[in-house]
Design a protein around this ligand. Sequence first.
Ligand SMILES: Cc1cc2nc3c(=O)[nH]c(=O)nc-3n(C[C@H](O)[C@H](O)[C@H](O)COP(=O)(O)OP(=O)(O)OC[C@H]3O[C@@H](n4cnc5c(N)ncnc54)[C@H](O)[C@@H]3O)c2cc1C
Length: 392
Amino acid sequence: MERNNKADNEFGVNMRIEIDNFDDYRKSCREFLEREIVPEHQAWEDNGLMARSFWEKLGQSGLLGISVSPEYGGLGKHDYRFAVILTEELIRAGVTVPGIVAHNDIIASYIFALGSGEQKQKWLPELCLGKRVAAIAMTEPSGGSNTADIKTVAKRQGDHYLVNGGKTYITNGINADLIVVAVKTEQGQQGQGISLLVIERDMAGFSRGEPMKKIGWNGSDTAELFFHDCKVPVTNLIGRENLGNYYFMSAMPRERLSISAVAVASAEHILQSTLAYVKERKAFDQPIGSFQYNRFILAQLDTEVKIARVYLDNAVEQFSKGLFSLVDAARIKWWTTELQMKVADRCLQLHGGAGYMRDSVAGKNWLNSRAQTIYGGTSEVLQEMISKSMGL
Ligand SMILES: Cc1cc2nc3c(=O)[nH]c(=O)nc-3n(C[C@H](O)[C@H](O)[C@H](O)COP(=O)(O)OP(=O)(O)OC[C@H]3O[C@@H](n4cnc5c(N)ncnc54)[C@H](O)[C@@H]3O)c2cc1C
């Protein structure tokens, strides 16, 4: 695989991954994560921060910018199954997912789809090499569910905007070098006058808080961002002024599908490891998985997880063909993430006290699953959207 980079041996090993075949790609992802990432992941969890070196290793390996064209340093693979395989392997390895998906899948796609030729040349190669880390900032302290109600203001003054306001709960918020920020460029009705600006690390008037202490996904950094008369060149406007809400809605199917892929992979993973556990662990002189109550619980979960897999595979196919709507994305996102939470909860119960321990696989899955029904659109907001599409 040709990659627009210089030193594939910068980390002392040959990390270049062959991507033309799904099985080989999966094998390479697995080997790369086990060799390079798993040994240091506990330190990320302890610090609440992904190591910067990780991004470059990931970039050098060819795992970033899967859908970005080779002209800009990516791999030009539009089949979304590649992105799903990476997610599945991250889950399998127990490596934090949200920051990687945000950088790799969501922000790179925004810039690739909407950026000018100059912007793509400026940002994408470095994003694909992991030399710069990206974040997307929509949510504000006053509320995240109503994405049309943006209060951060950008006033145009000649060749730049002056941005004032703040964002919260931003994934990669500490590490990010460039952040796609939703701002209000024109007052008026909710949802109108929103634009997307790229705010970069050293811009005057931009600061961030300490890493936020979450209950799950501890290896991924999350932060508050503050803009005080932050001077952003007009050339950092993504797409056209005042069309931000439209762009945001167009990008939502991908973001929600990526979260659904995390949900299904996590549900499969936790069910599989629980099955192994209940066959070994005994109570009343018999394996706990052999009690009828537990067998039925596991049979039900197994059925639902298999339904979720079929649903996801179909959605991925539809997405890759450009046939996946905002409402389709809302349906699969709320349903698979609620299922993930249910599976994680039942499986923790089957582990007894061991599942309640912070560092247990069951405990971590339970905590990680909790965010899934919140970010990327809460289950309630998504069901509002679906019901409206039904004429209700
Ligand atoms: C780990 C994590 C990472 C995140 N990463 C990012 C990121 O990278 N970028 C970013 O921009 N944001 C990010 N977020 C923020 C996330 O998108 C918001 O938390 C989410 O959109 C909900 O907004 P809120 O927290 O302000 O909740 P609120 O909007 O205050 O909602 C609170 C509750 O009210 C409910 N509610 C709201 N409206 C309705 C309604 N119409 N009907 C019924 N119930 C309703 C909601 O469903 C929810 O249960 C992240 C959040 C978390 C937890």
